[in-house]
Every structure is written in C-alpha cells, then in structure tokens.
Ligand binder design. Structure first.
Ligand SMILES: Cc1cc2nc3c(=O)[nH]c(=O)nc-3n(C[C@H](O)[C@H](O)[C@H](O)COP(=O)(O)OP(=O)(O)OC[C@H]3O[C@@H](n4cnc5c(N)ncnc54)[C@H](O)[C@@H]3O)c2cc1C
Ligand SMILES: *[C@@H]1O[C@H](CO)[C@@H](O)[C@H](O)[C@H]1NC(C)=O
Ligand SMILES: *[C@@H]1O[C@H](CO)[C@@H](O)[C@H](O)[C@H]1NC(C)=O
Ligand SMILES: *[C@@H]1O[C@H](CO)[C@@H](O)[C@H](O)[C@H]1NC(C)=O
Ligand SMILES: *[C@@H]1O[C@H](CO)[C@@H](O)[C@H](O)[C@H]1NC(C)=O
Length: 509
C-alpha cells in the first residue's frame, strides 16, 4: 500500500517547483522508467482503477473523446469511482512527483476539442467515467449530479420525477467541464447560466482534502468555480437547483442560405428587445456539411413552455421558404437528443463576442462564405461547418449576483450582445492545418471588423474558446486577481497549475 506522508508530499512539491524550471534536464530521474507514475498508482489503494494501452477500458476511453485530435496517449488512465478515490489518485500522483513530476489531466465528458485540455501524452489521465449518476432529493428539491454524467442521462433521470435543471443542450455533453465554464442552456434567459444554478460543489483539493463549496462555506471557492474551470480542484459532485419540468416547443428549422440577411435583421430586433420573453431561447446558425451539401441558415427555436409558435419569434416566422422544420412540443430529453452531434472527426471551436449590430452580423456571413468556398476547393473527406449566433442576455446577470456571483465579469455589460462560435469538423488528419488556419482567419476577420466599427465586446466564452484564446483574461482584471487569490488560498503549492497543465490556467494570465 502506498501511504503518502506529509513529509513526502512536501518534498514532492519542492521537486515539482524545481523540475518546472528545469524542464529539459532532469539528471536525477534518469533511472525512472517512462511508466513510473502509473507504476506508483498500481501499488496504491486504487490499483484496480488503472488501465493501460491495449486494454479495452483504456481504448474505450480514448475512443470516446469528442475530438479526434484529443485522443492523446497517456501512459495509463485511472478511472476512480468515488470522491475518495479521486482524492487518493491526486495524493499518490503528487507524492510520486517527489522523484519525477507526474503530469495528469482530468476528463469528464471529454467534449472540449483542445488537445491536452482533458488528456495528456506521457502522463496520467483521470477519467471520471464511472462517476456518472444523478440523484434527486425530494425534500430539498436539489439534484446531485456526478461529473461524468451526460446531460441526456440527467434529463432522463429528472423528467419522470417532474423536475428539470438548466443543463446542456446536447445530450452527450458532459456535466463536469460544462458547469465549470459557465454553461448556456435553453433555460438560461429564465433561470440564468447553468453554473449559477449550482448550489454546492464537492471538490478535491490538491492536498487531497474533500471540501464543499457553496454560498456559506468556502464561498470564494464557490464563486471562482463558476467560470474558473480546472484551476482550483477536481469537482466530484454538483448539487443543482431544480425547477418544474414542462415540455418545450422546440426544434430546428432550416432555410436557404440567401435568407441570412432576413434572419440577421430579425435577430437584431429579438436581441435588443426590451422586456424580452425569458422563455424564448434562440440560436441562428449558418451551416454546411458534405453529408448534405447545401449551404443553409438554421434557426433553433427553444421555448421553455409548451406553447406552439410563441409570439417572441414572430419576426422569424415571417421568413418563408423553409426547407425543413422539426419544431414540436416535446420534453427536454428529446430536445437534447436532437441536438446531439456525435463525431469521430477532428474539431475546432473558436469564439468571440460583439454588439448586436447588423453590419457586424453581415460581415460574419461574408467571411463565412469565403471560408466555405476555400474549403469546397481544398478540403477532402467528410467535413462540416457551423457558425452560431447566440444572444448573451443581461438577464443572466441578475440571476447570478443573487446566488453568490461567478467570475465571468458579466456585471460589465448593460446591453445584450452576440456570442459567436465557429465550429469546424473534418475527417482527414492531413487537413488539420487547412481547417485550423481558416477557422482562425474567420474569427480574426470578424474581430478586426468589429474593432474598426466599435462593436467588439471583450468577453470570450470559455467553453467555446480555442487553445490560443484567453477567456480568463477576458473576464476582466478584477476577476483575474480574484481567481489568483483563490487559487493561492486553496492550492498554495500550485499543483493544479503545474502538474495539471491542461486547459485555461490562471497562472498563464
Ligand atoms: C456537441 C457539443 C455541444 C455543446 N453544447 C453546449 C451547450 O449547449 N451549451 C454550452 O454552454 N456549451 C456547450 N458545449 C461546450 C461544452 O460546454 C464544453 O465542451 C465542456 O467543456 C464540455 O464538458 P465535458 O465535461 O464534456 O468536458 P471535458 O472535455 O471532459 O472537460 C473540459 C475541461 O474541464 C476540465 N474538467 C472536466 N471535468 C472536471 C472536473 N470534474 N473538475 C475539474 N475540472 C474538470 C477538464 O480538465 C477540461 O479542461 C458543447 C460542446 C459540444 C462538443
Ligand atoms: C529558474 O531559472 C532561472 C534561469 O536559470 C533563474 O534565474 C531563476 O531564479 C530560477 N527560478 C527558480 C524558482 O528556481
Ligand atoms: C455510467 O457508466 C457506466 C459504466 O460505463 C454505464 O454502464 C452506465 O450506463 C452509465 N450510466 C449513465 C446514467 O450514463
Ligand atoms: C416551415 O414551412 C412549413 C411549410 O410551409 C410551414 O408549415 C411551417 O410553419 C414553417 N415553419 C416555420 C417555423 O416558419
Ligand atoms: C432570475 O431573474 C429574473 C429577473 O430578474 C427573476 O424574475 C427570477 O426570479 C430570477 N430567477 C431565479 C431563479 O433567481
């Protein structure tokens, strides 16, 4: 049995700090084999949770990453079943770092398409796979959700009980990463961002302690986790506020590409409307896929009451010529099933924000068209692009502040704005550079236009951000300072900055 002592821990930490400064030369550790950190795990209390290349659990874990590029090859994957086992994994890895730094990654649903954010080459990936349940407490009306639950399973558990939570729109998306980055649900205009619907986080700190963070206990950590991603700890349970489950009027309507301008005009009026109906969520997106090669504009209408064709979308209903229409009154679980996008492809997400402005929206369409033409001449295999326009509502702010706030810096905004996401996916590895560079050119082009027009908005949504983007800085200087203070307080030795280097790190800001 491996029982890490405090002295060992301290020594390990000293070594981590030193090793960081000597990334190239580690003469003292030459004698340790490449799989050393995994070997230490296999002689610990959680040896049965460790899986290696070639074993079916290891291969299944890698195969289940949403983005093909993110299937890195860790020396081993550890799949804990409880918070205590997560704590043991962290303690063992930190102690083992006495002799050689054991880099690790944490993965819940594995949906972030940034290689290294949720997996690691030549290290250890903590895959929370088995921690995927949802339970409901009738007395408190709170749902307790484990990090690797997928939103579809959460809805399937809660709906028969007549309850619902503000979770992800696609059924396969993981709970863990989504809630730590903010979380935009169809219910957001009504009840706020998903992270602001969390009442309590159960967290494993770098020293292995298992803490609760809520409005009354560790309140600073509670606030920081709402948007602060993997900088403070590994969350092993999310306790969420629930509300009555009702059917929605929801679905996706596709229109020919030439209707884009009509949609943008309607979107401007929808987004700027005072006293907006908080039940009315909407996404307008342009899209093309080699699987059905027609350039289209889509509207996802998601009204959180069982009311068909609500007035809130009236201006969109005046746009005729739709190609297909799946709108109907249905439960959230089936809405989420329609939003599912399973991929075995390579994926890039990028994001930016701008004021609700027709000229900027039109510029996004112009640049989208250029991107599409380039890809049609240069790309091979199967590929797909979607460019999403969502209204970021000031309604989210009131619902946040009242519950202890988050770190997104939403208080800065007194007007709604557009949160833009480009989502490219492709099958051929040889096209990585093509897609990655064109995706970058698209958002750079929009950013440049918005800056020159004075319509740029600083905010970057972490859950849609790409590796080179800096969503933590975009929360604002005061939030950065706050997150740094909280990270120092709960992780004084910077373990989650150094041994867990993936994702957006406050130490890099
Ligand atoms: C098909 C699809 C649909 C989407 N739909 C939506 C949507 O409707 N609304 C929306 O807001 N976003 C949406 N997203 C974005 C989504 O929020 C992010 O991809 C999110 O990170 C997914 O969470 P995950 O648990 O699957 O991620 P993972 O990739 O497992 O984790 C993401 C990051 O969080 C860290 N992390 C994960 N779990 C923990 C934990 N328990 N403790 C500490 N750190 C942890 C990881 O280390 C990693 O850095 C969608 C993404 C996809 C691919
Ligand atoms: C890291 O290395 C640099 C350059 O050799 C040195 O100046 C610095 O003091 C070192 N820092 C630590 C923390 O050892
Ligand atoms: C949780 O994971 C286990 C093991 O992979 C699986 O059998 C089960 O169906 C999952 N449960 C849910 C609710 O997703
Ligand atoms: C889409 O077109 C069909 C057929 O014309 C029509 O019945 C339906 O109402 C349209 N949907 C929307 C959302 O406008
Ligand atoms: C969210 O904010 C709205 C508007 O301020 C308010 O009416 C509603 O009660 C809030 N809901 C929650 C759950 O805080």
């Amino acid at each position: 049995m491996f029982r890490p002592s405090f002295a060992l821990l301290a020594a390990a930490l000293l070594n981590v700090t030193r090793a960081q400064n000597e990334t190239k030369a580690e003469p003292a550790t030459h004698f340790l084999p490449p799989g050393y950190c995994c070997t230490v795990l296999t002689i610990s209390d959680i040896s049965e949770r460790v899986t290696y290349p070639g074993q079916s659990a290891y291969e299944a874990s890698l195969a289940s990453y949403f983005d093909g590029k993110s299937r890195l090859t860790p020396d081993c994957i550890v799949q804990p079943k409880t918070a205590e086992e997560v704590s043991t994994a962290v303690k063992v890895l930190v102690s083992a770092s006495l002799l050689k730094p054991c880099e690790f990654a944490v993965r819940s649903g594995g949906h972030t398409p940034i290689p290294g954010s949720n997996n690691v080459d030549n290290g250890v990936t903590i895959d929370l796979l088995y921690m995927n349940g949802t339970s409901y407490n009738v007395d408190t009306e709170v749902a307790s959700i484990s990090p690797a639950a997928r939103w579809g399973s959460v809805y399937q558990t809660l709906e028969p009980l007549g309850r619902m939570v503000a979770g992800g729109r696609g059924s396969t998306v993981g709970v863990g990463g989504y809630l730590l980055g903010g979380g935009i649900s169809h219910y957001a205009p009504r009840v706020g961002l998903s992270c602001d619907n969390v009442l309590n986080f159960q967290v494993v700190l770098a020293d292995g302690r298992i803490l609760d963070a809520n409005k009354n206990t560790n309140a600073d950590l509670f606030t920081a986790l709402k948007g602060g991603s993997s900088n403070f700890g590994i969350v092993t349970r999310y306790d969420m506020e629930t509300f009555q489950s009702e059917d929605l009027w929801a679905g996706i309507v596709s229109y020919p590409a030439w209707t884009a301008d009509q949609h943008f005009k309607a979107l401007v009026n929808f987004g700027l409307k005072p006293n907006r109906d908080p039940n009315a969520a909407l996404i307008i997106f342009q899209g093309y896929s080699t699987a059905s090669p027609t350039d289209v504009v889509r509207a996802a209408f998601d009204y959180t009451k069982p009311l068909a064709r609500p007035d809130a979308y009236r201006e969109f209903f005046a746009i005729t010529n739709n190609i297909s229409d799946t709108t109907k009154i249905q439960p959230m679980s089936s809405v989420a099933a329609e939003f599912t996008s399973v991929t075995t492809n390579r994926v890039q997400f990028r994001t930016l924000s701008f004021k609700i402005d027709l000229a900027t929206l039109q510029e996004t369409a112009r640049l989208y068209k250029i991107l599409l033409l380039e890809l049609q001449t240069k790309a091979s295999g199967q590929w797909r692009i979607s460019c999403l326009h969502q209204v970021w509502s000031t309604l989210y702010t009131a619902n946040s502040t009242a519950r202890g706030g988050n770190v997104l810096g939403m208080e800065r905004y007194t007007e709604n704005f557009i949160m833009y996401q480009s989502y490219l996916s492709w099958s051929e590895t040889k096209d990585d550079e093509l897609f990655i560079n064109l995706g970058l050119a698209l958002t750079d082009g929009i950013q440049k236009f918005a800056a020159s027009k004075g319509t740029a908005v600083e905010y970057l949504y972490l859950n849609y951000a790409d590796k080179d983007q800096d969503p933590l800085s975009a929360y604002g200087a005061d939030k950065v300072k706050f997150m740094k203070t909280v990270a120092r307080e709960y992780d004084p030795l910077s373990i989650y900055q150094t041994l867990l280097p993936g994702g957006f790190k406050i130490s890099n800001v």
